[in-house]
Each structure stands twice: as structure tokens, then as C-alpha cells.
Design a protein around this ligand. Structure first.
Ligand SMILES: [Zn+2]
Length: 294
């Protein structure tokens, strides 16, 4: 009897995936990085549930950081830089996810030496001071990271990871553990979230999701007027710093040496977006400059 019930559930799940996959092909001509349909696995993790969990955990994280004196105040120059970058990028987010028009975006800077940053489902962004200071990020590089993290949220990669897990286990587990587990949150900032983090260590974005987030992130940044060549400089700096100390952000964002090459291969579509937003041509763009880590 139990067996039959399980088979019925499995069939229902398969039908749901099939229905979600039936989509009209896109005929619209696009510039920049083309918008493709999102993962079908997302149907197993309702957006409202995932976003509600993320909101709850983000609020807990920020208030705990505040109690511990680890939340940068609104007048902190780096917190202001982060919010200025976010304000410029957010108007372009709906191209990747129309629901983002209703998101309550938040941006906070946490005082922690961790080299990490994340954007939770529903647009809850945090940067750690460690990533800004240790990588000596300029605004273009902040935009490259923020765009990348926003892309994970906009493309609902957490829902996809949760959906994958739900589909394989057929268990109706809460989304909470998975949502926060993906972000490699600093245990010094919050115990509560760190507990979830320990459970969710096995969960991270896939390499495909990383590749997608790299390109979408730079597309967003370029449209907002930030130099997409920052993507190359950034991941090179990240790789050289990672040799001296393993970086938290790389533990949740698997990447290989092909990362920089993929970004370089797409400069032909990214640079025109940037030049256009600057009201100039590609040939007129000045060479890219970044701060040396030494
Ligand atoms: Zn990533």
C-alpha cells in the first residue's frame, strides 16, 4: 500500500516537472547574455516558502550582528558604496526575474574578516568587510560580486538546489536549513544561522549555476555602468588570495580555472553593454585598472 502511494507521489512530481518544462521557445532578439528558462527543479520548492525562510534568517543575522556590534552603520563609507552600487543594478534585475520588482531589497555590511558575500532569495544582500578589504575592491569589482550574488537569487538557484534535494529524497523538509546552508555564514556573526550552516555544508551552488551567475552578474553590472572587465580582475585576485588562505566564498561557489576564460569569452557581448551605458564606444574605453594585492 505504502509502495503504491510512493509511486503515485513520484508520478505526480514527474507530471509537475513536465508541465513546468512546457514553455514556448523564445524568439525575441536579445543583447547581452541571453535570458533562458529557469531550472524545472524549482517547482519542488515554492518561492513564497523559500523567500519567507530567507527573510527570517536574514533578519535574525542582521539583528544578531547589530547586538554584537558587527553591523556597519548607515554612515559607514563602505556600506554607502554597497548601497549605491545596489541602487544602480536593481533596476535591471527584472529582466532576469519579473518577480524581483516586488522584492524588498536589503543591503548590509557585516564587520567580519571573512572573504564572503551573498544575496539570499528575495534580494537580501550582505557583504563582509573582509571581502572588500582583503581583495581591495573598487566599485566595478563590488558590482561584479554583487551582480553575481544577485544572479543566484534572481535565477532562483537556492530553490533549484532545494528542489533537487526534495525531488531525490521525496521528503517534505523545511527549506530553512538549505537556504542558509548555501551562504557559508560566519559563525562568529550568528550561532543560530551557523547551526543551519553546519547542516547545509554539503549544499552549494553547482558549477553550472556558477557559470550562469558569473555571466548574468556581469551583464547586470555592465548595464548599470560598471566595467565588466572587473570580473576577470576579481577572480584572478580571488585565486591568488585563495593560495594563501582558503576563502569562504569559494567553498560555497565551486569554480575551476575555466571561470576567467568563460568571462573573457563573453567580453564581446558584455563590453558593448558597458560602453552603451557610458555613452561611448568600445574603442574609447580606457584600460581597466585594479588595485594590486601586494
Ligand atoms: Zn556563486
Amino acid at each position: 500500500m505504502m509502495k503504491l502511494k510512493r509511486i503515485a507521489v513520484l508520478l505526480a512530481l514527474c507530471a509537475a516537472v513536465g508541465a513546468a518544462g512546457a514553455r514556448a521557445p523564445q524568439t525575441e532578439v536579445q543583447d547581452g547574455i541571453p535570458v533562458r528558462p529557469m531550472s524545472r527543479l524549482r517547482v519542488f520548492a515554492p518561492a513564497e516558502q523559500v523567500e519567507a525562510q530567507a527573510r527570517q534568517q536574514y533578519t535574525a543575522l542582521v539583528s544578531k550582528a547589530q547586538q554584537q556590534g558587527a553591523l556597519a552603520p548607515a554612515n559607514d563609507p563602505d556600506a554607502q558604496r554597497l548601497r549605491a552600487v545596489a541602487r544602480r543594478i536593481i533596476p535591471f534585475a527584472t529582466r532576469w526575474n519579473p518577480a524581483a520588482a516586488q522584492w524588498d531589497w536589503q543591503v548590509n555590511l557585516l564587520k567580519s574578516p571573512q572573504v564572503n558575500a551573498f544575496c539570499m532569495p528575495g534580494g537580501k544582500i550582505a557583504f563582509y568587510t573582509g571581502i572588500i578589504n582583503q581583495l581591495k575592491l573598487n566599485d566595478d569589482e563590488i558590482a561584479a560580486i554583487m551582480g553575481h550574488e544577485m544572479a543566484h537569487a534572481l535565477r532562483e538557484h537556492s530553490r533549484e538546489q532545494f528542489g533537487k534535494s526534495a525531488a531525490t529524497s521525496l521528503l517534505a523538509r523545511g527549506a530553512g536549513a538549505i537556504v542558509s546552508g548555501i551562504f557559508g555564514i560566519d559563525p562568529r556573526v550568528t550561532d543560530t544561522v551557523a547551526q543551519y550552516g553546519a547542516q547545509g555544508l554539503a549544499l552549494k551552488y553547482s558549477r553550472d549555476d556558477e557559470r550562469e551567475a558569473d555571466l548574468i552578474g556581469l551583464d547586470l553590472a555592465a548595464r548599470a555602468g560598471y566595467d565588466p572587465r572587473a570580473g576577470v580582475a576579481l577572480w584572478q585576485k580571488m585565486a591568488s588570495l585563495n593560495k594563501a588562505q582558503p576563502l569562504e566564498i569559494l567553498s560555497t561557489h565551486p569554480a575551476g580555472p575555466e571561470r576567467v576564460r568563460q568571462i573573457q569569452d563573453h567580453m564581446n557581448v558584455l563590453l558593448p553593454l558597458y560602453a552603451r551605458s557610458k555613452g561611448t564606444s568600445i574603442n574609447q574605453l580606457p584600460p581597466y585598472r585594479t588595485a594590486s594585492l601586494n
